[in-house]
Design a protein around this ligand. Sequence first.
Ligand code: SAM
Length: 384
Amino acid sequence: MLDADHALRRLPSLLAAAGYRPEFLAGRLGIRVPDDVGQINHAPMVERLRDDRTRAAALTRIFFLETDEPQARVFDEATRRALRSAGLLSQRAGRVRARLRLDPIGAHWLLADRRFRAPDSRALRLPPGDPVYPPSSDSILLRDVVVKRDRGTVLDLCTGSGVQALAVASASERVIAVDVSARAAALARLNAALNGIGNVEVRIGDLYRPVAGERFDTVIANPPFVPSPYRRGPAYHSGGPTGARVLRRIVGGLHEALQPDGRFFAVSHLAVRRGETVADVLRPWWRRFPGRALALVLESGSAVDLAAAQSLFALADGFTAYAAEVTRWVAYLRRHRVQDVVLLLLAAERGGRRGFDAITAFQRTLPLPLSHPPRHHVEQWLTG
Ligand SMILES: C[S@@+](CC[C@H](N)C(=O)[O-])C[C@H]1O[C@@H](n2cnc3c(N)ncnc32)[C@H](O)[C@@H]1O
């Protein structure tokens, strides 16, 4: 009989053989990042794959779209039984469901709590706690900009599923991943093991506390950063009224955590008030930092745009619930005098010249501008 640990160890080779890869999701669902499938387009995505009988489609349905699947389509019977006893799958009336989602990200597979269902308290016998953040567009944005250093040491703060730690592991000597949540730490450890990665050590605690006195070549952080009215929401979510409550503390500790030529990479929202600029808010943070820093503004929108986007989850309870949610977010942001919210990438390097630059690059303004009306084309053609 296949034991549970063995079945988990074999899982990556089964996923790879079935072709459950980012390329499959991009090709079949037309998506770039996992959260391109959200509350609003979940049902059409399920329909797109409904008649696809390939193993990759069956795995996408249970691990990515989080729907049930007839048992005969998911692994062989021995593997299914072992993964049930491991706590990854549940089975009822001949149908299989995943207790966690499993995202293919680059060459890795990442387990995390589900996006479209409540967390499962029996998943892999993980410690209870806030849901663990599945890799999303912000995770992938950060993952793609981190400049890897050959044989360096890395600190991944706010590791969640461990997606950043795993991405730099093969180029690094050693990676320490820290999260305040015991559930996230357990999943990050499992994800390292699942992907055969042996040089990631996961520690539980508040930011730099578990690594006091240690210095790193690179520090990476994707902290909770949404300027959100939900102070008691999941640990991955709120960054306080400006979005920067945790990020500010991370920046404040960099001079102690970075090696003399160490580098820092982070992603975050930042709320700015009327009359303020991003540079006004961020420059003072770096005054005592012995090096230079860059803030790259990638998206910007008004408080109402943020409210509209962040309230989408409430659509599950209907339009009235959505409208109430938008009102709640806007009232919160107005109370805190938030005018605009930007999405930032931060990079910093210790040593060398000192300074701070804020650059608006590749900016997407929300809501997206409408395309020209067709009359414009006709007029152009007539006058051309
Ligand atoms: C947005 S998630 C990021 C997860 C992952 N790094 C990624 O890129 O997808 C933020 C994570 O920060 C953790 N966190 C929140 N406050 C923290 C703190 N004070 N110290 C360490 N981790 C913290 C949360 O538990 C959550 O896992």
